[in-house]
Design a protein around this ligand. Structure first.
Ligand code: HEM
Length: 290
């Protein structure tokens, strides 16, 4: 892409995203039960059947994309997917904006040296290390310890979910808050830095970074913005999580707990970083992050 074209392309893109964000602010949210468009799988909470991936199917480190393939909203084998097709499926299922659904697959195409308009990919290709995939993910072991990034780590998922401290105001359901995610992320980063000798995380990857790969019957995303989550809105949420992350604070709390346990003559209440990867479960829930 020549430089001038890229500058104009980016300016138009960010102006488009800013306009959608402004429209979201001034328009009423979509009605509950009407977030997934009519005619799209999942309308009215009717999701196509979940079928676990079979040997040879392609999956990646993104739980949202894997769930789409597991329900056949994207091809079940996870192969030969157009970037636009990926964006369309994400948009309708999760209510993300046209800008987000253009930008992220477009970024992935560029990262893989492919044409956004013409080429197709297998989901596993997205796991290019330090492309979008990165160390210290919330629910995956680092690449150096688990080369198959499509395998979620049961221990991390359980730990993250059990840290959920929020309550949905309408349903009373327990939900993960941004603070919970920041706290767990602080632990993952500090632990990974300690035990993964090949640990690496740059700023961009710190910015991209909830859960299982099955959509529960009747589920609908809590994201109800009229035009879907824009890139600006997504970045504001992610920035909130990022600014709440403090490896220093986590390590200080860990040290304090260890000292307290030592003086009490017991083991620390905080367990050492898990170093093994367990089998991924075949079922689970998508979790809404506040
Ligand atoms: C539009 C296309 C998308 C692409 C190409 C994509 C790609 C990726 C990739 C490559 C990762 C791995 C990053 C890592 O190492 O942690 C990832 C992680 C993740 N993605 Fe996506 N993603 C997309 C859309 C979405 C959407 C719409 C959601 C939410 C509804 C989502 C939720 C997540 C989450 C929560 C993780 C982190 C998993 C972890 O920390 O272990 N993604 N995505």
């Amino acid at each position: 892409m020549n430089i001038l074209f890229k500058i104009v392309h980016d300016l138009v893109f960010f102006a488009w995203d800013a306009s959608l964000t402004a429209v979201n602010v001034v328009t009423p949210k979509k009605k509950k039960g009407h977030v997934v468009p009519k005619g799209h799988p999942g309308f009215g909470g009717q999701w196509p059947e979940y079928v676990a991936p079979k040997e040879g199917d392609s999956r990646c480190a993104c739980p949202a994309l894997n769930a789409l393939a597991n329900h056949g909203i994207l091809p079940h084998d996870g192969k030969n997917i157009q970037f636009k097709e990926m964006g369309r499926a994400v948009r309708a299922t999760y209510n993300f904006s046209s800008t987000f659904c253009y930008f992220v697959p477009h970024y992935a195409a560029e990262m893989l040296g492919k044409s956004y308009g013409k080429d197709r990919i297998d989901l596993s290709e997205l796991d290019l290390h330090n492309g979008i995939e990165h160390d210290a993910s919330l629910i995956r072991e680092d690449m150096a310890l688990e080369p198959d990034q499509s395998k979620p780590h049961v221990g991390y998922i359980t730990e993250l979910l059990s840290s959920a401290s929020g309550k949905d105001k309408e349903t009373g359901e327990t939900i993960l808050t941004s603070k919970d995610v920041s706290k767990f992320s602080s632990k993952r980063r500090a632990d990974a830095r300690e035990y993964n000798k090949e640990f690496s995380l740059d700023f961009l990857h710190k910015m991209f970074g909830s859960i299982k790969e099955r959509i529960p019957e009747g589920w609908e995303t809590k994201v109800r913005q009229r035009l879907g989550v824009t890139l600006a809105e997504f970045n504001i949420t992610v920035l909130g999580v990022e600014f709440g992350i403090s490896e220093k604070k986590y390590l200080a709390e860990k040290k304090k707990a260890e000292e307290a346990a030592q003086s009490a003559g017991e083991g620390s209440g905080i367990t050492a970083a898990p170093v093994t990867t367990e089998e991924a479960p075949q079922t689970g829930n998508l979790v809404d992050v506040e």
